[in-house]
Design a protein around this ligand. Structure first.
Ligand SMILES: Nc1ncnc2c1ncn2[C@@H]1O[C@H](COP(=O)(O)OP(=O)(O)O)[C@@H](O)[C@H]1O
Ligand SMILES: [Mg+2]
Length: 225
């Protein structure tokens, strides 16, 4: 699903060159649930943005679902991103003036699905997230855990090859965070490939494979648990 070799990205800050992602070799196979754990400043967001085609590496190779995505134009990147990747963020990133249903429908409509089909599909995924009774609520009228479930429904409705979750429990209390992690584990049991990024080792170890990042370097012990 993901195969990267020698991937690097540096930032120039005045005289200083920061190697935020330093020659990373990393693979995720279809059906895996992997977490990348590391402290603040270790390069997690930079790596996540590259994996999610929101940013480009300076060097190295990155194959996503067998396709070399290192040299694509912004438009081509956006197209592959919409087709293959579902994002789940710490801050949920829902559209505040839309209700839960509309939030899940937006990317489906954007993909060209008709209104009726998009609505049916959005309701199906909201039901899977046990939000049927909340679909008319605006995001601000939902709890953090409910908002994250809407965000997960939105990601899943687009049938992504992989879900990228960036600190998905970071804004939740520990009980709700645990519920969201159990939800991700259940989705993985049903075949969804998931890559999770976190600074929290307790959250990371809920995944089936944990790799650590420090100073832009990835240590993939390959331990499947
Ligand atoms: N746009 C940027 N310009 C300069 N330095 C950056 C930029 N983004 C990140 N960095 C630096 O790259 C390193 C990794 O950052 P980041 O990927 O955000 O780490 P994390 O998400 O693990 O906290 C840090 O040293 C950070 O200061
Ligand atoms: Mg970060």
């Amino acid at each position: 699903m993901i195969a990267m070799t020698g991937l690097s990205k540096t930032y120039q800050m005045g005289d200083e060159t920061i190697c935020a992602v330093d020659h990373i070799d990393f693979q995720v196979k279809a059906g895996e649930f992997v977490s990348i754990v590391g402290p603040s400043g270790s390069g997690k967001s930079t790596l996540m943005n590259i994996i999610g085609l929101l940013d480009m590496a300076d060097s190295g190779t990155y194959l996503l679902a067998g396709k070399d995505v290192t040299q694509l134009s912004d438009n081509e990147q956006a197209k592959i991103r919409n087709e293959k990747i579902g994002f789940v963020f710490q801050s949920f990133n829902l559209l505040p003036k839309m209700n839960a249903l509309e939030n899940v429908m937006v990317p489906l409509l954007y993909k060209g699905m008709g209104e009726k089909d998009a609505k049916a599909r959005a309701l199906e995924f909201l039901e899977k997230m046990k939000l049927t009774d909340r679909y008319q609520h605006l995001s601000c009228q939902l709890s953090g855990g409910q908002q994250q479930r809407v965000a997960i429904a939105r990601a899943l409705a687009c049938s992504p090859d992989i879900i990228l979750a960036d600190e998905p429990t970071g804004a939740l209390d520990s009980k709700t965070g645990t519920e969201i992690m159990e939800l991700l584990a259940m989705l993985n049991d049903r075949g969804q490939t998931i890559l999770l990024i976190t600074h929290d080792l307790k959250v990371a170890t809920k995944a089936k494979r944990v790799v650590t990042i420090g100073d832009g370097k990835l240590m993939d012990t390959g331990d499947a648990r």
